[in-house]
Design a protein. Structure first.
Length: 297
């Protein structure tokens, strides 16, 4: 089996997945936490005979600033409800809770968090710049590391190929979790951005190992084509990838099953990202490098 030949079918598939992820990110778009948007988040426990629709109707009936309150409600696994509304003052929060108690009966507030829109906007900007600066730094580092590559290869081709694979990984993961944010209680927050940065580090590490094996093979095999050399390097790295990848997946799976509920989405993002990162190192980064070489030739 040739990885490069197989990538002729998988690379277009990856392109379609990236496109689909971008589409769902734009519309309907992800549900993001109040860390990015600003607002008030409450976790409420309501009487067993009351439903999510009852809670939503009651929240909407609360008048704030001359208009009904906008709400976003999701149910947790434990049967409680996350209620996300625009930023409330302490007085508005107390009035809303009294309104809910009067309409629904015994309501228990398990969690209450409020973040102003200015703070949320700053966090969103910082998350964007963290991802952008990390990507550019990785590309420059990879290009510098392979500056003495033989056979007159452009060292920037290695950096750009690695970043293309990283963008592929990040966009698909964001697309997956955009969908999850509409069918589960997941909301994109700063912990999810941390997971993306961690995935970038793991993914580029595997890619650099493969690229380094390509550089070694270029020095020892003077007659093979670049496509053949890339295949040899990929085959040489399989055992390392399987051993390292399985170790990481076993550890993350154990954390996902037995870990705290507060980090479960973070662990799931790392799990999915690890699988996609391994895939992209073999079927995105290296094939793009081969295509670049063919274009130069």
């Amino acid at each position: 089996m040739s990885f490069i030949k197989l990538s002729k079918f998988l690379l277009p598939l990856s392109g379609l997945l990236v496109l689909a992820s971008l589409v769902v990110f734009v519309y309907p778009g992800p549900n993001v936490s109040i860390e990015f948007t600003g607002g008030t988040l409450m976790e409420l426990s309501i009487p067993a005979e009351k439903t999510k629709e009852d809670l939503a109707t009651t929240v909407k009936a609360f008048v704030l600033g001359g208009k009904n309150l906008e709400e976003n409600i999701s149910r947790t696994k434990t049967g409680t409800y996350f209620v996300k509304v625009p930023t409330l003052t302490n007085e508005d929060h107390a009035a809303l809770f009294a309104h809910l108690t009067g309409k629904l009966g015994k309501v228990e507030e398990l969690q209450y968090t409020t973040i102003g829109p200015t703070v949320g906007g700053n966090l969103k900007q910082r998350a964007f710049w963290a991802l952008l600066i990390s990507s550019l730094t990785i590309m420059a580092f990879v290009a510098f590391a392979f500056r003495k590559i033989p056979r007159t290869l452009n060292p920037w081709s290695f950096g750009v190929s690695a970043i293309a694979a990283l963008i592929h990984d990040i966009v698909i993961i964001v697309g997956v979790f955009t969908v999850l944010s509409h069918v589960t209680t997941f909301q994109m927050d700063t912990l999810f951005v941390t997971a993306l940065l961690s995935i970038m580090g793991h993914s580029v590490s595997d890619t650099i190992v493969i690229f380094d094996r390509i550089r070694e093979t270029l020095s020892t095999d003077k007659h093979a084509t670049f496509s053949q050399i890339a295949d040899k390097a990929l085959y040489a790295c399989i055992s390392r990838t399987i051993n390292t990848g399985l170790g990481i997946l076993i550890m993350l799976t154990a954390l996902f099953i037995f870990g705290s509920e507060s980090i479960r989405w973070f662990i799931l993002a790392l799990l999915i990202g690890s699988v996609i990162g391994i895939y992209s190192s073999y079927f995105v980064a290296t094939p793009i490098l081969v295509l670049w070489k063919k274009r130069d030739r």
